[in-house]
Design a protein around this ligand. Structure first.
Ligand SMILES: Cc1ncc(C[n+]2csc(CCOP(=O)(O)OP(=O)(O)O)c2C)c(N)n1
Ligand code: SF4
Length: 402
């Protein structure tokens, strides 16, 4: 696992991760945390040696098919590789020392390192960028060479626990700093051993659905009908926040259907028939389809209602295309996955396509009727995202010209 501390390292470590991965044939995690992703620092571009354009293929069944007979030796290989990487990590420039005053040594990683450099500019540092497996000899030597050694890491105490387990006495941060992000002031307090109450941060502006977002009218209807809504991840997750508070569950991408079905199965009947699953079009294509198969295969006694919020794009992550838009990521036309045809092909007869803004009354009527029937219903609430609507029109026009 590699942990960058700023934009430059985020850029460079992509290539470092590829090199490690290619050399040891292992997946490498590039651990990006909130502040690294949401900050900007100057980046100097570098010329990297790219791997050969032509990939050669060699058959390696024992390495690529993990039946038990292959998995047992693979486990030994994995441990061997991790030992090798741990040895290599003792000398790689990814883990580096910053000379300073020996009265205070700080072991740090990720964005916490940048905060710590600012909080204690004259201290000695061991900056760990390869944080799994750890260079324990380097860490021991560093800790032995300073009077006081503090581990400054954001979040849960992974580094400090691993280092202490290896028998190296290091200072931890007080428990309160385990929660929330660190910043320069908090790191100063950690170094001062200050566990006193912190002033509360200024209230942030909570995110909201855009004014006029087509998702809004759907949540208004769901709320009006007193639905128990099993939701998913996308712009529409904001339907959970006040004043709407009309989305009641969200677990992981695609879980809305399975969770909704589970509720339908275990709730008493009068409550079960209020459960609705709500999922965005992109999320549905990504990992909701298996849930729809389950809905048909293990049908709850009260049936189920699924609403697919088809705004014609992947709004939350930046308006990307997906298989149900009929365009590839570069917006060029391709075969379109037709959501209503897919649902019908699974044997669901009650499939409706409704514009949730123009035909809001019809949406309410149809939802209300569907909740009263013990059947399987799929409602596709189709209306483009406000931010995507103009672009979609242009892509469609360009496609016609071609
Ligand atoms: C496993 C996983 N991959 C990627 C993401 C990032 N992500 C968040 S929302 C989202 C898709 C949202 O699109 P859609 O469901 O169409 O809803 P919209 O934002 O358009 O309302 C993605 C890919 C994630 N949360 N989880
Ligand atoms: S970006 Fe689109 S989907 Fe997201 S809140 Fe705004 S209008 Fe709604």
């Amino acid at each position: 696992m590699l942990e960058p501390s700023d934009s430059q390292q985020a850029y460079e470590y992509v290539m470092a991760a590829i090199e490690i991965s290619e050399r040891w044939k292992l997946p490498v995690i590039l651990r990006m945390t909130t502040r690294i992703c949401h900050s900007k620092t100057v980046v100097s571009l570098q010329s990297f040696e790219l791997p050969p354009a032509k990939i050669s293929y060699e058959q390696d069944i024992k390495g690529r098919v993990m039946v038990p007979a292959h998995a047992r030796p693979a486990h030994r290989r994995l441990r061997r590789k991790l030992d090798e990487i741990a040895q290599w990590s003792e000398n790689t420039p990814l883990n580096y020392l910053v000379d300073g005053d020996k009265s205070l040594g700080i072991i740090s990683s990720g964005v916490a390192y940048s905060h710590a450099r600012e909080a204690a500019p004259s201290a000695s540092f061991l900056k760990l960028s390869l944080t799994y497996p750890l260079p324990l000899r380097k860490i021991k030597d560093f800790a032995a060479g300073v009077e006081r050694c503090v581990v400054v890491e954001e979040g849960d105490p992974y580094l400090v626990e691993s280092i202490r387990t290896a028998g190296v006495p290091v200072e931890d941060k007080p428990q309160m700093y385990r929660f929330g992000e660190l910043n320069v002031d908090r790191v100063k307090r950690i170094l001062a051993g200050d566990a006193g109450a912190e002033s509360s941060p200024p209230p942030g502006k909570p995110p909201q659905l855009c004014q006029g977002c087509p998702h809004r009218s759907i949540f208004e209807v769901l709320k009006k009908l007193g639905c128990i809504v099993s939701g998913d991840i996308g712009c529409y997750t904001l339907g959970a926040l006040p004043p709407m508070e009309a989305l009641h569950f969200q677990t992981c991408m695609g879980a809305s259907i399975g969770v909704g079905l589970g509720l339908r199965h275990v709730f008493p009947e009068e409550r079960a028939c209020k459960v609705v699953s709500v999922i965005g079009d992109s999320t549905f294509v990504h990992s909701g389809i298996t849930g729809l198969v389950e809905m048909v295969y293990n049908r709850p006694p009260t049936g189920h209602v699924l609403v697919i919020l088809d705004n014609g794009t992947t709004a939350m992550t930046g308006l990307q295309e997906h298989p149900a838009t009929g365009r590839r990521l570069d917006h060029q036309p391709t075969q379109k996955l037709v959501l209503e045809d897919l649902a019908k092909s699974m044997g669901i007869s009650r499939v409706f396509v409704i514009d949730p803004v123009k035909d809001k009354d019809e949406l309410e009527r149809q939802l209300s009727e569907s909740l009263s029937l013990e059947e399987l219903t799929v409602i596709i609430a189709r209306r483009p995202c406000l931010l995507a609507a103009q672009k979609i029109k242009k892509y469609e026009k360009d496609a016609k010209v071609c």
